[in-house]
Write a protein that binds this ligand. Sequence first.
Ligand code: PLP
Length: 360
Amino acid sequence: MSRVYNFSAGPAVLPEEVLKEAADEMLDYKGSGMSVMEMSHRSKVYDNIIKEAEADLRELMNIPDNYKVLFLQGGASQQFAMIPMNLMKNKKAAYIITGQWAKKAWKEAQIYGDAVAVASSEDKTFSYIPDCSDLDIPEDADYVYICENNTIYGTKYKKLPNTKGHTLVADVSSCFLSEPVDVTKYGVIYGGVQKNIGPAGVVIVIIREDLITEDTLPGTPTMLKYKIHADADSLYNTPPAYGIYICGKVFKWLKKMGGLSVMKERNEEKAKILYDFLDQSKLFKGTVVKEDRSLMNVPFVTGNEELDAKFVKEAKEAGFENLKGHRTVGGMRASIYNAMPKEGVEKLVEFMREFEKNNA
Ligand code: PLP
């Protein structure tokens, strides 16, 4: 067996320890005589798995009691619709456009009401986070929506927007559990787990209880109502049971590692290795303004498409996978989520240094 260094933006690298443990339990989960994959989601054994996963996540993120934790399906993209369907009471919301995912969410919300773009960084290919200290937010907006870490462009909010008292809704798919957050600042925090937490197929929604109401937009399907899932503790229908089990294992791994403050330190250390190299390189350049750089997704270019392609090809041959930038922006991108070891980043930088020498 040989594992590569996987820099994929998602689905992405998971802690080896977690994968090994899951493999050990594959045929017989804790004496149940079956795999978690084969288990009824109504069984006592599974009930313990999902309850423990929720309790561990609550502990990790310090989630207050007046927030519900929902394990849902449909990916982050389904939340682009669920959010307006459940929250747009006044049929108005403010969106900050910092990349494709924010834009997709904004477009989806336009189906349901007046989704107003109050700021955007599209003028400079989303290479920065716009100033959000004094936005022109409509008084009657039901919420302000952000994508907190922009996976494709590699930007991250270092300070949350001033929502002027409006509910903040954040897509944290690509920075989930990468550092501590103050949950009380948000009405809704959600993310697909396939980057930092687990296998694709699970989306976690952390939502303040007062936002969960019967009063959804007319025509909202039962499965897209937060209340249905909240009232049933995420077991209204068959949940993505195996995926939740793996998420639970990653929560335990994070606790063992020392929690989110420790993860933040580790992530800062890893990102610094790569950014420091980019800042002094004569060949490679980071594409994002320094103050808004993501700790998770690091895009870079050589400025020459052919050389970019050569780099990606040679890197792959050397065991560094998935370094090609998103298909819409080109160049390269190294996603260095929680489970990427520091050694992976060090080796990548070593490889880049060598490539630079050979292609000067
Ligand atoms: N939001 C962000 C920030 C993402 O990076 C992605 C996917 O990469 C999505 C949303 C879409 O997620 P999904 O494919 O789970 O719908």
